[in-house]
Every structure is written in structure tokens, then in C-alpha cells.
Design a binder for this molecule. Sequence first.
Ligand SMILES: Cc1cc2nc3c(=O)[nH]c(=O)nc-3n(C[C@H](O)[C@H](O)[C@H](O)COP(=O)(O)O)c2cc1C
Length: 211
Amino acid sequence: MEHLTLASERLAAEAVRRLLLGGVVPRPIAWTSTLGPEGVPNLAPFSYFTVASTDPPMLSLTIEPHDSGTTKDTAANIARTGEFVVSIVPEELGEAMWATSADVPPEEDEFAVAATPPAPARHVSPSRVAESPLAMECVLERSLPMGNALLVIGRVVCFHVRPDVLDGRGRIVPERLRALGRAGGRYLGTTETYSLPRDRQGPPGAAACGR
Ligand SMILES: Cc1cc2nc3c(=O)[nH]c(=O)nc-3n(C[C@H](O)[C@H](O)[C@H](O)COP(=O)(O)O)c2cc1C
């Protein structure tokens, strides 16, 4: 079958979004906690999220403005405090995560909106999501305007990992983490993983360290 060849500059913005968000999948979700100006906890999901560096450990998030053009609370809070915590969303917290994607006023505690309890972080002020099996405390390394959005890079200063998601060698087992992924307008669970032949042979480089 012939591919459709589509120059992005000739596509409508919505068509571009559909191709990017439907095609770059599955994306994990950074459930990101920050503190508002009055110290009120803010929590929101971001799926434009990945590892930016492993040494030192860094994560990147891309935060767009609201459709109205106003800055999202998460971006404003990170710019002001230089701190955030990313909690990975397990499948069972999908509904709670979704509740925090609403445009909630900064005076409202979004852990309460999600009805999910916070737990204290060790090195930064925002709390982590207590029921998330993996949370990463971050300090702002750099933020870069990127197109219509802000690319935020955070250095991970502390990991909180629930021991039951680890195997005997300290590796996270995907079927135990059960991270929720974003795929187009839908979600993907992590129910089944498998190895490619080269992984089984234990080659040097990427596959051996789980990239
Ligand atoms: C699964 C999911 C993923 C999302 N990913 C992003 C994202 O990567 N970037 C973004 O700007 N908004 C994203 N959003 C929308 C924000 O979560 C939403 O605008 C939220 O209200 C922002 O909250 P805040 O104003 O407290 O920061 C996502 C929403 C959902 C449900």
C-alpha cells in the first residue's frame, strides 16, 4: 500500500497533532506534583515525557499553554520554585490521574481532587503520589521555550521505588510497575512484555542495559 506523504506545513494544526499524538505511542505519563504560590499542592499529568539523560539522571516534560493561551499551573510553579516530583501512573490510578487533568484553580489541592494520598518527598518540597510505585524528585535543570510549549528538564535527585516492582537484581519489572501509557486519545496498559532474540543473547550496549 502507498504511504500518504504529508508536508507538515501544509497540514492543519489539528491534523499535525493527531499524527504526532497517535503515532508517538505509547507515551508514559509523568504525574507531576508542584507547589502553588500559597503552598497548595498541584498535580497534573504530562505525556510529552521521557528520559533526557542518565548521567546525571534527567527527565524532560513538555508543557503547552492552555487552549486559552494562559500558562499551566505546573509550568508556573516549576519556574517559581525550581522543583517538581514525577510519579509514574499505575493502571489502577488512571481515573485519579485523569481527574487531575481538569483545569483546577491553584487554590485547590489536587491530591484531594484525585482522592489519592500524598507522601512526603525527601529533597524537594512537593509531595509524591503515595500509591505510585515509582516517584522521582526533580530539581529544575533548564527550561527551554520550544514552539508553542515549554520544555522542562529536571535532574532527578531522589527515587522512591516500591520494592515489589523490582526483581532480585534491582531491575524494574514492567508487568509489576504496570505503567499506564497514552496512545492517541486512548490509554495502554503494560500487561505483556517480551524479548527480541538479541536481548536473549545478551548483546553489549543498548539492549543489555534496558534502553
Ligand atoms: C494523559 C494526559 C496527558 C497529558 N499530557 C500533557 C502534556 O504532555 N503536556 C501538556 O501541556 N498537557 C498535557 N495534558 C493536559 C494537562 O494535564 C492539563 O492541561 C492540566 O490541566 C494541567 O494542569 P495544571 O494547570 O495544574 O498544570 C495531559 C492530559 C492527560 C489526561
